[in-house]
Write a protein that binds this ligand. Structure first.
Ligand code: ATP
Ligand code: MG
Length: 768
């Protein structure tokens, strides 16, 4: 139990109090996430099956890291079985196995924000609503807010105060749009991100037997970053924990930064009402940062009126003061930051990944990127357009989506004429009208063209038919082929590879490389083995899409990105830590943002965001601002942020005087070039060829594994009399019900572990 020695007294108490409700509300860097991690390990060490633990984190990456740490204490195979991930990924998994109850197919599509916006645009057009008034982004956030407060379209339309709010903002039809949007998603077998929580709530509300099952599956529930849960998430946790009450939440009200997306600090206060027996633990010692950084952070947050009082201290060293730099422009700010990083690497032997540059908005990354590139400092950007959001990647993924779920209309609209097949927008409009008139989905129309009146001529009809037969030829292979083989075939047969290969511009080449990168990802995914030899739950395109749809912006890190400077918005930096943190763009109207200036509540959220930024730093935090920057194409002059003044002066060191433009440290950095921080430019032109090169891969490792070797194992389930409906016991997965048997494989729905496909030859099953 030596892990318990790596905790202070309050942390240890919070870890050991495994039974009953527990809440830890404590300042940044005080070990909340560490408590959760050790607590899970402790619960497993007490003999609880990892399948009975539900742990909800803010990103999938955080879940991955936590699993690795737990694995070091209790063993990797145990850690792997914990139900751990973001709310969205865990409940998407549960919804898949329960989808039929709420009228969805189990292979439902997950619409990302772009799909949702496209759908809204289509609806606005059909309804003759002006998209300058009904801005799609705004409409979507309104729908999202409704869903996160569990307001159905009907309830929305019946709610007089929502109606009058919309009428006042000249958008009286918002409720209608919400209704049509929900109907279209349903018809397309699609859920957007908010639906994953909304429908989970519906499922748990309307199906008591399902609620009962998960209440008893998840004997222990843990939630990190609890301050940023919304009502929908709060209610899921409340329902699941209602019987056994082993719910542990950790968070920091001072770091609540997602109110704009519906997060509600009240959830922390409600916790005490919901669980009167709650044990509350205070963590006051910060282990992350220097005394100076902790003091600065404390002096920032006291400016907020609404907060739970905390006394945060640290035994770490005093550390240097927070330095503040002034730049003449945003480009110069970039140079200053790049120079400081370069300088620090030399003086402290710091690695690239010891540094983070944090900003308020994604657009600020450009100036930073340029400066880092000039100095050959490798960097990676989180957020912005992620790999999976790029056009070429979404195009190929849309093929995958349609093959898994042909009702997916957004995917269909994307690819029916990509690569070009002579099926133009007018045709798509006609098909959409026919679908709406007949109240069916587009796929039904295009697979039965002769039964519907589409007004299309026979030439166009035959083009559509050949698209349909191509898609069908992929669809029949879905079960038989692994994700890589089928994905690779789609990329070639659809014509995507050829289309991209014919474009020899640097952008075209980069797109082609991206598709190859996706295929490499598929290869890796296919080869990842299931843990148990008998477990042959297939890793096909269906499973791949499930993984991809729920990646958060912090989840895109590749191995080659490990030693790079991190550039990210402060929002996505939550929970992370870096030795050196640069917070850039410390200007009024940028940080705090212009929109927050008129309301105290919004300004307090910006201040919490600043608190989050400063508390990411272990050794040094550096602030900078520019006296001018371009915004929407105009040069504007900027004032330093009010937040700088709010920091206790004792913690600060100004690196400029009002009379000089350039800060002190800007001396002769620009001259150094061959510095050992060189990274190879990525998109060098490959040699010209006429045909797309073949991608050659070896046979996936796991194919070998599942090839049945003739077994003489007397215990094997092959000798058992298994039927659909038989109740069985598996030594690891526990009790389950046989759902189907086919060609030596059985699909078994385990109470704790969920659905698995097992090879009967190997599976050690007992009939109950
Ligand atoms: P945040 O509010 O930013 O999410 P947190 O409260 O979750 O922070 P952790 O990330 O768990 O804090 O811990 C901050 C750092 O302090 C980590 O590097 C962690 O390993 C370290 N730490 C926490 N507790 C201890 C301890 N008792 N002894 C040594 N190091 C600790
Ligand atoms: Mg944390």
């Amino acid at each position: 139990m030596d892990y318990l020695e790596k905790l202070n007294t309050s942390q240890r108490q919070a870890v050991q109090a495994t039974e009953g409700p527990v809440m830890v509300i404590a300042g940044a860097g005080s070990g909340k996430t560490r408590v959760l991690t050790y607590r899970i390990a402790h619960i497993i060490n007490k003999g609880i099956d990892p399948f009975n633990i539900l742990a909800l984190t803010f990103t999938n990456k955080a879940a991955q890291e936590m699993k690795e740490r737990i694995g070091k204490i209790v063993g990797g195979s145990e850690a792997r079985n914990i139900w751990m991930g973001t709310f969205h990924s865990v409940f998407a998994r549960i919804l898949r196995s329960e989808a039929d109850k709420i009228g969805y197919p189990s292979n439902f599509t997950i619409y990302d924000t772009q799909d949702a916006k496209n759908l809204i645009k289509g609806i606005l057009k059909e309804q003759g609503l002006d998209d300058k008034v009904y801005k799609p982004g705004l409409v979507l956030s309104r729908i999202s807010a409704a869903k996160n407060n569990l307001i159905t379209p009907q309830a929305y339309l019946n709610n007089t105060s929502l109606q009058s709010e919309d009428t006042q903002s000249a958008k009286p039809k918002l409720g209608e749009v919400y209704k049509i949007y929900s109907e279209r998603c349903f018809k397309a077998g699609a859920m957007d991100f908010d639906d994953l929580l909304f429908k989970t709530n519906v499922l748990l509300r309307d199906f008591p037997e399902v609620l009962y099952k998960y209440q008893h599956r998840f004997k222990y529930i843990l939630v990190d970053e609890y301050q940023d849960t919304n009502f929908s998430q709060y209610l899921i946790v409340k329902k699941l924990g209602a019987v056994l009450q082993n719910v542990c939440v950790v968070g920091d009200d001072a770091q609540s930064i997602y109110a704009f997306r519906g997060a509600n600090i009240q959830n922390i206060l409600n916790f005490k009402n919901d669980y009167p027996e709650v044990k509350t633990y205070k963590l006051e010692q910060n282990y992350r940062s220097t005394k100076n950084i902790v003091a600065a952070a404390n002096s920032i947050i006291v400016n907020n009126k609404e907060q739970i009082e905390k006394n945060v201290f640290t035994d770490n060293i005093e550390g240097s003061k927070i330095k503040i730099y002034k730049a003449a422009s945003d480009n110069e700010e970039g140079k200053i930051v790049a120079n400081l990083i370069f300088d620090k690497q030399l003086s402290e032997q710091a690695k690239n990944n010891d540094f983070a540059i944090l900003y308020r908005t994604n657009a600020q990354s450009r100036a930073m990127e340029e400066a880092l590139r000039r100095k050959n400092i490798p960097y990676k950007i989180y957020g912005g357009l992620s790999f999976y959001q790029r056009k070429e990647i979404k195009d190929l993924l849309s093929y995958f989506r349609m093959i898994v779920n042909p009702q997916d209309e957004e995917a269909l609209k994307r690819i029916i004429n990509y690569p070009a097949r002579g099926i133009g927008n007018t045709t798509i409009d006609k098909l959409t009208i026919a679908a709406n008139n007949n109240n069916v989905d587009l796929w039904t129309i295009i697979t039965n063209l002769n039964q519907f009146n589409t007004g299309l001529n026979s030439g166009t009809q035959s083009k559509i038919q050949s698209f349909v037969s191509m898609m069908n030829s992929f669809r029949v292979q879905l079960e038989a082929k692994n994700a890589f083989d089928l994905g690779n075939e789609i990329a070639s047969t659809s014509g995507i590879l050829k289309d991209l290969y014919s474009d020899r511009t640097p952008e075209g080449i980069s797109k082609y490389e991206n598709i190859q990168e996706l295929l490499n990802g598929l290869k890796e995914f296919t080869e990842t083995e299931n843990e148990f030899e008998e477990d042959v739950t297939p890793r096909g395109l269906t499973e791949f899409l499930q993984d991809v749809a729920l990646l958060t912006s912090a989840d895109n890190e590749k191995d080659e990105d490990k030693n790079k400077v991190t550039l990210m918005t402060i929002h996505s930096a939550k929970g992370l830590e870096f030795p050196y943190v640069h917070i850039v763009g410390m200007e009024e109207n940028l940080f705090p943002s212009q929109m927050s200036l008129t309301s105290r509540i919004d300004l307090e959220e910006e201040r919490r965001l600043f608190y989050v930024a400063v508390t990411r730093a272990e050794k040094e935090a550096v602030l900078s601002f520019a006296a001018s920057r371009y915004k929407w194409g105009n040069l504007i002059f900027c004032e330093p942020s009010r937040f700088i003044e709010e920091i206790d002066d004792k913690c600060l060191e100004y690196m400029f005087s009002e009379t000089t433009q350039a800060p002190r440290s800007q001396n002769n950095y620009e001259t150094s070039s061959s510095n050992g921080y060189y990274s190879k430019p990525k998109n060098t032109l490959p040699p010209k060829r006429n045909e797309p090169p073949k991608i050659i891969h070896t046979t996936p490792k796991n194919l070998k594994k599942i090839t049945p070797n003739i077994s003489t194992n007397q215990d094997s389930a092959a000798n058992l009399d298994l039927n659909v409906g038989t109740r069985v016991q598996h030594q690891k997965f526990g009790q389950g019900l046989v759902e189907s048997i086919d060609a030596g494989k059985a699909t078994i729905n385990f109470i704790s572990a969920g659905k698995k496909q097992l090879l009967l030859k190997f599976a050690k099953l007992e009939i109950l």
